[in-house]
Design a protein around this ligand. Sequence first.
Ligand SMILES: Nc1ncnc2c1ncn2[C@@H]1O[C@H](COP(=O)(O)OP(=O)(O)OP(=O)(O)O)[C@@H](O)[C@H]1O
Length: 320
Amino acid sequence: MADVLFSIEGLTIDSVRGGVRRRIVDDISLSVERGELYGLVGESGSGKSISMMASVGLAASGLEVMAGSVAFSGRALPARNQRGLRGNLSRGVSLLFQNAKGALNPFKTVDRQVERALRRSGRQTDPRAEVEVLFRVVGLNYRDFRGKYPHQISGGQAQRVAMACALATEPALLIADEPTTALDVTTERELLRFLARLCEEREMAIVLIAHNLSLVSEYCRRLSIMHAGQVVESGNLKTIFADPLHPYTRGLIAAVPDVDQPRELVPLIGNVWGGPEGIERCRFSHRCQFATPVCEARHPPAIERAGRAVHCVLYEEVPA
Ligand SMILES: Nc1ncnc2c1ncn2[C@@H]1O[C@H](COP(=O)(O)OP(=O)(O)OP(=O)(O)O)[C@@H](O)[C@H]1O
């Protein structure tokens, strides 16, 4: 049986701005197993970041969690209880964002920042000695970096320092939100390989948030695909790549270049948040060539099909 570490069930979030309410995350669910690298993929603005932030109790102002629950290490809490989630998850979960250079304190040396993260973690260790160990874990030579300020190191090195800070609490789950966006392709691959190795060696689960499907496909075993605040398909990556079911997944995969079998790429038309607002519907319907009036009336629940869950009326059983 799967050893589930973290799961989200029915998370629903509204944005409320100037008195206008908008549903921006619509009933999403996913579950992450201990020690796995899980991908959360979708075009920019599809709601990946706010979903993950709200699931750890960090919904930003202007956002209202309407429904759903989050379970971590067997303990479930309603997602509306953001303070409770923060309290429950802050010890077991770490976060890693893009542009670490901007996130690190420019006035403190990088070794001091890692040391501070260790002290804050409350673990009974010798922070000074442990800093050296953490630098080694993230592939940096402590002696080369001791006393350096963030502006004196490269973007890739800064991302590794941020990772050392994130690992200081020995988290069971790391949420990595587009951690390689600001990096060149070589450094990006290097870091992702490193994250994949961390999962294996430390039994740490990682949720890798990305808009680049081809990137995720190299490192994750399972993934969820989001479009306009809805999960459209989730499950085993190889199965999904070999036989994508949801029209959006098909579109995303058709837009990924394949060096072994070059073919014409088919761009997805329309934008994520187009189409009618304020009604319950499949939010891909305005971009979907298979859309029927049913798609404009509801978002189908997850349908188990060939080892994955897909939300699309195309796969609903035709009633007898
Ligand atoms: N604090 C907020 N208040 C209101 N709306 C917000 C807030 N934060 C984000 N949004 C809106 O929620 C939607 C989803 O944003 P989110 O940042 O989660 O997308 P994303 O999929 O992570 O995109 P990206 O890959 O560009 O980071 C966007 O339409 C965004 O404008």
